[in-house]
Design a protein around this ligand. Structure first.
Ligand SMILES: Cc1cc2nc3c(=O)[nH]c(=O)nc-3n(C[C@H](O)[C@H](O)[C@H](O)COP(=O)(O)OP(=O)(O)OC[C@H]3O[C@@H](n4cnc5c(N)ncnc54)[C@H](O)[C@@H]3O)c2cc1C
Ligand code: FES
Length: 273
């Protein structure tokens, strides 16, 4: 193989990490930060990057925001790799590969009532969808967001919820008030039976969060009359390659890294843990 051929093979290798600079850091809580990374390629909400620290390892992280020449990654410090990422500051570089996965397709939700139900960092992948319809109110029949967090100090994207409330219905719940009475206490799934929906048969819903929360939310939406073909879920599954080669993320005949992580419920039913 000539030098030139070799170069072009490397350029088109989806598995190759590239360095990306941290341009801004937003600290939401002690263990959840948003890293704004320099990035200029195509990317959709709901896709993810594999973020790596040389000689330490890699972690798949969803895109929580897309800007001019940047992507946001909202990361919970969970263990080894994320612990090292939390040591990094603006000006430092992280290695990324991706974006991987299918992501959310805005077209699926356009001109429908859209209900977004999410728990904790599960809000990250769907944040871009909420923001799109906030910025394009003429393209939605209504936006309702129900987001659940453990305590008030765990609430992510606070400023976004305040902003979105000016054009949509936003409920932010906490599992426990921890002395702050500003937020209703209870599970976010408890709001599904009282959701006001004009036409459940035509509405769309996105559910992202821990497995139990997803199960109860989906059951509640089906009870309200949503068809399975109008409910989308996004999965966090342990991954390795991210490109459909290693089989780590496989459930039955689906590879979460390439067929997902966003699935229509009619397909995902068999995948719900
Ligand atoms: C498609 C996808 C998107 C994700 N998006 C985000 C995101 O936007 N923000 C974010 O903070 N995290 C996200 N995660 C989870 C994140 O990848 C893990 O928290 C991370 O890999 C942990 O790596 P670590 O080396 O820091 O922790 P480790 O030292 O490997 O593990 C620490 C703990 O986290 C658990 N853990 C590891 N990987 C996962 C996983 N995939 N799901 C659940 N538990 C896990 C381990 O079992 C262990 O208990 C996503 C995962 C997937 C698959
Ligand atoms: S992570 Fe390797 S096949 Fe999906």
């Amino acid at each position: 193989m000539s030098h030139k051929e070799c170069e072009s093979t490397l350029e088109s290798n989806d598995y190759l990490p590239f360095p990306s600079e941290i341009v801004e850091l937003v600290k939401h809580t002690d263990t959840e930060y948003t890293f704004r990374m320099s990035y200029t390629g195509n990317v959709k909400p709901g896709q993810f990057f594999e973020i790596s620290i040389p000689k330490v390892g890699e972690a798949p992280i969803s895109v929580s925001g897309i800007g001019e020449g940047t992507v946001d990654l909202t990361i919970r410090k969970a263990g080894t790799v994320t612990g090292h990422i939390f040591e990094c500051r603006p000006g430092d570089a992280l290695f990324m590969r991706g974006p991987y996965g299918n992501g959310f397709d805005i077209e699926d939700y356009r001109h429908r009532e859209l209900f977004i139900i999410a728990g904790g960092t599960g809000f990250s992948p769907v944040r871009g969808v909420a923001d799109y319809f906030f910025r394009h109110p003429g393209e939605t029949k209504g936006l309702t967001i129900a987001a659940g967090f453990k305590t008030p100090k765990d609430i992510l994207f606070r400023d976004d919820f305040i902003r979105w409330k000016t054009r949509g219905r936003v409920v932010v719940t906490v599992d426990s008030a921890a002395g702050d009475t500003a937020y209703p206490v209870g599970l976010v799934t408890g709001y599904i039976p009282v959701l006001e929906i004009e036409d459940p048969k035509e509405a769309a819903a996105i559910v992202v969060g821990p497995p139990a929360m997803m199960r109860f939310s989906v059951a509640g939406l089906l009870d309200k009359g949503f068809p399975e073909s109008h409910i989308w879920v996004s999965y966090e599954r342990k991954m390795c390659c991210g490109i459909g080669k290693c089989g780590h993320c496989r459930i039955n005949d689906s590879y979460v890294c390439v067929d997902g992580p966003v699935f229509l419920l009619s397909r995902a039913k068999a995948l719900l843990d």
